[in-house]
Design a protein around this ligand. Structure first.
Ligand SMILES: Cc1cc2nc3c(=O)[nH]c(=O)nc-3n(C[C@H](O)[C@H](O)[C@H](O)COP(=O)(O)OP(=O)(O)OC[C@H]3O[C@@H](n4cnc5c(N)ncnc54)[C@H](O)[C@@H]3O)c2cc1C
Length: 403
């Protein structure tokens, strides 16, 4: 365990939890201090835009662990407290109450926050925390109609949940297809049809320029000068990494994707300081450039890798097969690897018309992504193709109608 006798974890989300668990699993018996801005123990965000909003489905709970399992980690838990500054010379994190947590190692797991629309009008919501989700769920009870801004995964799931709750839905997206940031438009078009199949008024290629109303939102102004009447708006405008508290600390931030810059061992520029989850950007050798994933599975896997490498002082490079899922209209969408940008896309099982397919995505002659709709077993069977570098030709050859 080297020189590490105490560890601080900043952030009590999925990544923070897995960092703590992995330290204990590796036999670390020293003090672990976990600092979390929210007043809650780590909980799961994916249900917040899905069954939590509709109240339907067995998975409406958001607990990640039984209380006894969490207590068993023996953490020095500081909830409702945020890390305000990192003091590398003192090897300490300063909290917002002025107290200091000194530790030999630090895992930065402060995740990301919802990008907010530029308005303070009532009735305009974002969806990141359980409180956000409660507010949206409550407003669904009295509303007949919701305008959702942004057809990324969170916006698309809110649209789906609102339909399940019986609301009319207008879904506004500035790009020509939904999910453009993560799914290449060559296959992204089918997700537009999915919304329309379910009665959503989907408007693509329309940017929102403002929100109007007196006290409460009354309409959403669009780039073409038109407006959509709205008394309830949910904005799904993406997320921003929570890096503000690291300013001036010597931890380097990544350009472009944002987040904390790490090497392939989840190490930051400061000794003994690691990062994981939504906040971490690192070079994944298979995809080129820096990767930063806002994926639930990655938060757990990367935190485990960071914790192990922190104890070992380096060790194993983190080279996962990225995995993301989304549930919309009772259908599961799954993405392995990267589905954007791609220069080649081919449906290899099923069809977009049947709303059931597996598509391969390629870039520069290599397989880079596998996207499935209602095709879990097939998608998971093909995962091995992304665990090693696979050429586009080899990937196609591997995919026979029976695979
Ligand atoms: C509505 C919603 C639905 C989602 N659905 C899916 C899905 O279907 N599939 C999927 O793969 N992913 C999904 N995700 C993404 C997934 O939830 C995230 O990737 C995951 O939560 C990241 O975990 P994290 O621990 O890195 O960050 P977070 O979950 O953001 O946790 C970080 C924690 O750190 C706290 N914090 C921030 N700053 C400080 C500070 N200075 N000091 C102390 N604490 C701080 C934050 O308050 C937060 O509690 C969804 C996300 C949302 C919001």
């Amino acid at each position: 365990m080297g020189d590490i006798r105490s560890v601080a974890i900043a952030g009590a989300g999925m990544a923070g939890l897995h960092a703590a668990e992995s330290l204990r699993e590796a036999g670390f018996e020293g003090r672990i201090t976990m600092v979390g801005e929210e007043p809650h123990r780590p909980y799961s965000r994916p249900p917040l835009s899905k069954e939590f909003l509709t109240g339907k489905g067995a998975g409406a709970g958001i607990d990640l662990r039984e209380d006894s399992a969490f207590d068993g980690l023996g953490l020095d838990l500081r909830l409702g407290r945020s890390a305000r500054r990192l003091r590398p010379r003192e090897r300490a994190v300063e909290l917002d109450d002025g107290s200091q947590v000194a530790a030999d190692g630090l895992v930065i797991a402060t995740g990301s926050r919802a990008r907010r629309p530029g308005t303070a009008l009532e009735g305009v919501h974002v969806l990141r925390t359980v409180e956000d989700a409660e507010a949206v769920r409550d407003s669904f009870k009295d509303a007949e109609r919701v305008v959702v801004v942004g057809a990324g995964f969170v916006g698309a799931e809110v649209a789906s949940s609102a339909r399940a709750a019986g609301l009319e839905v207008v879904l506004l997206e500035a790009e020509p297809t939904p999910l453009t940031r993560v799914v290449d438009p060559r296959v992204g078009g089918v997700f537009a049809e999915l919304h329309r199949d379910h009665g959503v008024d989907l408007r693509l290629g329309v940017g929102v320029t403002g929100f109007e109303g007196r006290g409460r939102v009354e309409r959403v102004r669009l780039g073409d000068g038109s407006a959509v009447e709205a008394s309830l708006v949910v904005a799904g405008l993406g997320a921003l990494p929570n890096t503000g508290w690291l300013e001036g600390s010597g931890v380097e931030l990544a350009g472009g994707t944002g987040g904390v810059l790490c090497d392939e061992y989840c190490r930051t520029a400061l000794p003994g300081v690691y990062a994981a989850g939504d906040i971490a950007a690192w070079p994944h050798p298979r995809y080129g450039g820096l990767m930063r994933l806002e994926h639930w599975t990655n938060a757990g896997e990367q935190a485990a890798a960071a914790a192990r490498n922190l104890l070992a002082g380096g060790g194993t490079p983190y080279t996962p097969v990225p995995y993301f899922w989304s549930d919309q209209y009772g259908m599961k969408i799954q993405l392995l690897g990267q589905a954007a940008p791609a220069d080649t896309a081919e449906i290899v099982h099923g069809s977009a018309e049947d709303r059931k397919f597996v598509a391969l995505l390629g870039r520069a002659g290599m397989l880079v992504g596998i996207l499935g709709l209602r095709s879990t077993p097939k998608v998971m069977r093909l995962r091995r193709l992304l665990a090693e570098p696979t050429t586009w030709e080899d990937a196609l050859a591997e995919v026979s109608p029976r695979s």
